[in-house]
Design a protein around this ligand. Structure first.
Ligand code: SF4
Length: 328
């Protein structure tokens, strides 16, 4: 398996062009993500197929609410991340790497999805996009077998690899961590514009959902969530938007987000978006209602899902079109 998306330089250093960090890597060193390495002037990818986790999860756990609701999906986890979020809820796999973890070839992963009757494979848990070679190899094989490809990611990838992967991708939930460029730059080491660019590209090609982890005092103002909602609505007001409660972990000790704060922000987002959900709020119902007539379309209590008000892709009461893949 050959590494892609990098350039050799005259001084034995290499420049990775996979994500907007565009790391210049000296011989023997790794890029910011910790998984792409300069070995004698060539890019090495020692984490190809090295999974940090593997589980059959409800697709709602990703979270994806408008894609094969109620179905289980084989979920493969990875190591490393292109960001350095001090509040990372998965820091034990995103901010460290373990080369000796179990190897699974693309063929084996696709075979397992078929054997487990999973409708798809979710690339998730840590940051999958920094493993683009494995993702492409697996996604191509999955598509040949009728298995859907689902991404859960920070959306931090350069345009060329993004276009290539989107050809094989079916759905994604992308984090939009803030609408403040300074937050992206100073807190997590990223660039907001690049994430917005990926979302703009992705919405044209796949079933897209977006999540914001709401952190008190950092990104929880009505104005900021309103700005995010305005941006998403400019792409498509039907994009499902998840506002998720944060819990103190890793370097952050800020107290957890209150449920009342999430509810208030959800009301703000609903002024512009048709489908807004609250996540990490315990067993609270997270139902889908028809944006036209208010009819209950999908009832969710935890991971128990019932399709109440959708018939042949339309609201059973007012006939509004509700195109949710995987719903009869
Ligand atoms: S994928 Fe990793 S090595 Fe490549 S530019 Fe991004 S952080 Fe750097």
């Amino acid at each position: 398996m050959n590494a892609r998306y990098y350039e050799k330089r005259d001084d034995q250093k290499i420049q990775c062009l996979l994500c907007p960090n565009e790391c210049i890597i000296a011989p023997g060193k790794k890029g910011i993500c910790g998984v792409r390495r300069n070995s004698g002037g060539t890019m090495e990818i020692p984490f190809y197929g090295r999974l940090s986790g593997l589980a059959l999860d409800p697709v709602e756990k990703k979270p994806l609410y408008h894609y094969y609701p109620g179905k289980m999906i084989l979920s493969a986890g990875f190591w490393g991340c292109s960001f350095r979020c001090p509040f990372c809820q998965n820091y034990h796999i995103s901010q460290q790497t373990r080369e000796e973890s179990d190897y699974m070839s693309p063929e084996q992963l696709v075979d397992l999805a078929v054997k487990r009757n999973s409708f798809g494979i979710a690339y998730t848990y840590s940051e999958p996009l920094i493993h683009i070679e494995y993702l492409l190899d697996t996604a191509k094989k999955a598509r040949q077998r009728g298995i859907k490809n689902v991404l859960v990611s920070n959306g931090y990838i350069n345009p060329e690899p993004a276009e290539e992967f989107l050809e094989y991708l079916d759905a994604a939930n992308i984090d939009l961590k803030s609408f403040n460029p300074d937050f992206y730059k100073k807190e997590i080491g990223g660039n907001l514009d690049e994430v917005k660019r990926f979302l703009t590209r992705a919405v044209r090609k796949i079933a897209l959902e977006v999540t914001t982890l709401v952190i008190p005092t950092k990104n929880d103002s009505l104005a900021e969530i309103g700005e995010i909602a305005r941006f998403l609505a400019s792409l498509d007001p039907d994009i499902p938007y998840h506002l998720s409660c944060y819990y103190p972990t890793y370097h952050y000790t800020i107290p957890a987000t209150s449920v009342s704060s999430i509810s208030r922000l959800a009301e703000e987002a609903k002024k512009r978006l048709n489908y807004v959900y609250q996540g990490n709020v315990g067993l609270k119902e997270t139902n889908t209602f028809c944006p036209s007539c208010g009819n209950l379309l999908i009832r969710r209590v935890g991971y128990t899902i019932s399709m109440c008000g959708i018939k042949e892709g339309h609201c059973s009461k007012c006939s509004k079109k509700v195109p949710i893949p995987g719903v009869e």
